[in-house]
Design a protein around this ligand. Sequence first.
Ligand code: EPS
Length: 401
Amino acid sequence: MRPRRGVPAIYAPAVTLRFTTAGESHGPGLVAIVEGIPAGLELDRVTLDRDMARRQLGHGRGGRMKIESDAVEIRSGVRHGRTLGSPIAILVANRDYPNWDQRMNPWPVDEEVEESHLPRPGHADLAGALKFGHSDVRNVLERASARETAARVAAGAIAKGFLTAIGVSIFSHVIQIAGVSVPETDELGPEDFADVDDSPVRALDADASVAMVAEIDRLRKENESLGGKFEVRVFGLVPGLGSPASWDAKLDGRLAQAICSIQSVKGVSLGEGWEVAGKPGSEAHDEIFWSEEQGWFRETNRAGGLEGGMTNGEPLVVQAAIKPISTMTQPLRSVDTETKAPAQAMRERTDSTVVPAAAVVAEAMVALVLAGAYREKFGGDHIGDVLAAISAYKERIGWRR
Ligand code: EPS
């Protein structure tokens, strides 16, 4: 069909940020490709690797973290520490791979490799094996494993580099592990997170941190795994990121998808989402004020910085609940997929809890969503263009923060 006059046959895509990951948990390594970062952005290798190391922290991790020492290997898109505006390809090696060279080799091997037929309740094993027609559930679990999150953190570290350059900072902390919660806190600012990684469970309250470690040790001895909750907070956002115009442009929905896609996450709350459900309207919203000195402001932040599918300029607050890890040292009841006989689920090396690490992964996912929202709204091929566009926007709306 001939295009109508004046309507181009090919539409140029809007500036956007895309990323994907590839890699199996015990394969040769993980890959991330990030596309849409502007040129001229300075990246710091130490900062990128620090995030990789932060994801490996946390009391309750298993033996794998003693083998791995995750580091970002940039393969394209960066030259002499600055982005080129081209896709950024990142490799994260699996140091464990030599131990799996026969079992996970991309090519046929001489050795007889034993199949696994004992799906774990709670993991992707059974549904994935049925869906893809695999007799060996390892063909599913290798990709479903949370090892994949190392690639997300690598991609997120690039997005964080972009956000840092435009004055946005992202933090996370653990608020609950199994039955132990941190006490209710008042408004937290960026300065409150300075020492969060010093806590073995990444909790801000010292007493809760001690109690969480004790709870992990207690339940680990009972062959239990533990879930919990974490929170991500973001400071320095402009109002108007995202859009109320269409369902898939709404930033709250995009954040919820990004967080729910993290392995083991079962619930997401934006701001005081769960609490306000039980409150009257007069206690559920954030009244609007304006002063010469501050411009637009709120005295509360129950909305967690999100109204109508957009940022409102207040700090973004996202909480998530994650279930206990589904690989159990005392396996649950299952069925052998070959014989259909009752059996115990497979035993694999595992962690007791990954809540502290999941919070770091969530920082990365939130960073990628927000960096994408900034790219859509402000465009620009060079980081200088982006800064100029943000500054012009702040001027137009009278934003004083
Ligand atoms: C993980 C690597 C994995 C697990 C964990 C996360 O290593 P392995 O399976 O070799 O012990 O420690 O995986 C899971 C939580 C999961 O559900 O599969 C990592 O790098 O984070």
